[in-house]
Design a protein around this ligand. Structure first.
Ligand SMILES: [Zn+2]
Ligand SMILES: [Zn+2]
Ligand SMILES: [Zn+2]
Length: 167
């Protein structure tokens, strides 16, 4: 059993639990330092994400009529899923109701700064379910048909299937 309060990478103590603007909780290694000049974090980069209790929605599953819950993946992507759904770790298969509805086209604030201009980054999820981090100052001028503000974009890998998230 690993000690919960010690960084598995370097053995240092972990900092207190902090909450991101999107309501996700994490603990960083105390050896992780944000360098304002280089705008990079230095030292140990270990981050421990803490599972957030799913929020029960006032909506019913179209398959079985059970309440739906709102779940957030570790990429900040949101989905509605059936509260009767589960994951059998031993059998490695889904149990119960498998209804999942992804919530796409969302923009959420992140607790990270743009490496180009230092403004906050946002997590943008396209309708196709792809995720990217982009600068909160970026925009689109519909009349001039050109991008405005900062152009920093970082594409993220596709999020893992929702079932793995539920372990
Ligand atoms: Zn560490
Ligand atoms: Zn269901
Ligand atoms: Zn920027």
């Amino acid at each position: 059993m690993a000690d919960e309060t010690v960084c598995p990478k370097c053995g240092s103590a972990l900092n207190d639990v902090t909450e991101t603007p999107t309501g996700r909780k994490l603990q960083r290694c105390s050896k992780n330092i944000w360098n304002k000049e280089t705008r990079k974090s230095e030292g140990c980069d270990y981050v421990k994400w803490i599972a957030v209790e799913p929020q029960i929605l006032d909506e019913k599953c179209p398959k079985c009529g059970s309440p739906l819950v709102l779940a957030v993946t570790r990429f900040g992507k949101k989905m509605k899923k059936c509260s009767k759904g589960g994951w059998d770790k031993v059998e490695k298969k889904a149990t119960g109701c498998d209804y999942v509805e992804w919530i796409n086209g969302t923009t959420e604030p992140l607790d990270e700064k743009c490496p180009d201009c230092g403004k906050p980054l946002v997590l943008f999820t396209t309708n196709a379910g792809k995720c990217m981090k982009k600068c909160s100052t970026s925009g689109w001028d519909r009349e001039a048909r050109k991008a405005t503000g900062c152009t920093y974009v970082e594409w993220l890998k596709a999020p893992p299937p929702p079932r793995e998230e539920n372990v």
